[in-house]
Ligand binder design. Sequence first.
Ligand code: ADQ
Length: 494
Amino acid sequence: MIHTSFDRLVVVSNRLPVVLKWEHERWTVRAGAGGLVTALAPVLSRNGGVWMGWPGTSEQADVHAPLEEFSQSQGYLLHPVILQTEDVRGYYYGFSNEVLWPLLHGFHTHCNFKLDYWEKYQKVNNRFAQEILQVTTEDDYVWVHDYHLMCVAREINKGLSRRKCGFFLHIPFPGPEIFLKLPWRRSILGSLLEFDLIGFQTSQDMMNFVRCLECLCSNTRVHTEQNLAWIACGDKEVTAGTFPISIDFDEFAELAASKEVSSRTDKLHMLHPDQQVILGVDRLDYTKGIPQRLEAIRQALIRFPDLKGKIALLQVLVPSREEVPEYQALKEEIERLVGEINGQFTEPGWIPVHYLYRSLPRADLVSFYLASEMALITPLWDGMNLVAKEYCVCNYREDGVLILSEFAGAASQLYSDAILVNPYDVNAVTEAIRRAFYMHPSERQSRMRRLRQTIKTYDIHFWLDSFLQAAFDSRPQEVPMAGFSTFLSSIDRL
Ligand code: ADQ
């Protein structure tokens, strides 16, 4: 572990990792869940660190005092960046959700390239930069997270003050044929070059970024060593690296082995004694490939009648961006498909698709992971996909099969022991389901054992250490990962 080369770690993300609620005439603050907080909290509290972000409340709400009180119980400071409602509309709902999210996932036809969104995005990035300059000193390390804040370093560097500043992108980075459609491509790429270190989930993402730079800057030079790349682009230099994010192995494994979870799991098994449960867990989003997955279940039941009455999909959907018409339409499409499939195939004692539309307590989610004989994780494009890793870690009985999209970042690490599928190829997904259904217990066990070992070695703490190590020593790490060309050529030879 390094972490001694800076005074304080200052994490900056769009949202603070807390849930604020106005209850009984006062604000209550609850810790947000998630691996990122679990991994960063010890480093933050050890060095008296800071987490900065929008609290998710309106500009009129005064949340400083409750956050300060909550900070004391956490051992690090939660610093709110207060934003005007109008700015949130353009920066968050507009540019982040309607431009960057679809573009960076390759859905450029979904983009709404409004100039006003871009202006608000820059304004809010500048607002974050000003707040960072006020809260931090030159001895702190500022670590900015995700696509909402790609221009923060540029805004900081406009003045005379300097900060050591790193950036991590949680979602994919597309190649030039997609990225260059962005009207503000030059400005975004130039802004990313203002960070000292840029972290990507996969080597594919990093190389896509380099290819975009090469298109706009003929004088781009790159030197790569293991997971790092030193890039010179005109008069700018930046280090980029691949740091596949992961989960807290011990936390999930312990919860999975707890009495509470195993008694719930046994109950679930009793409900489906002669069936294999296929689990799907996603946020409601068009990038997750849920209609295609449902279609694959329908086709599997048509093509392979031996699976009728023997498999059941348990699809858990977390509500997300419900106010956006496109997401409402997607939800309606999913619910229509669930209804159609159940109408077409249900028989007394067997329902092919079970559908839950809500957020779940962690213990419930983990008991679903443990009770399912397969996980069907088929995003059309995904930065990493933590659900894939959570499923494997919780499967300590080593009897589950992971069916995983080639387009999830997780495939670059888990490709040899998951069954990889192209989520657009419905027939291939149906065949993968059948293969998993009939997979011998010994093969299930050996594959799952290796999957769990990989995730244990490269867990969230490895991710954190390797990023900070690259930030301070520029020391490359060996992170075994494969690009498309490696894993596709091993399964899909011409
Ligand atoms: P997401 O798109 O949100 O994350 P993912 O990585 O799968 O996707 O994480 C989802 C998280 O939500 C998981 O930790 C899961 O446990 C939780 N969750 C899912 N269903 C739930 C439910 N019903 N109730 C409660 N919790 C639920 C973005 C990127 C990903 C990248 C991560 C981290 O889009 O590609 O892997 O950030 O970098």
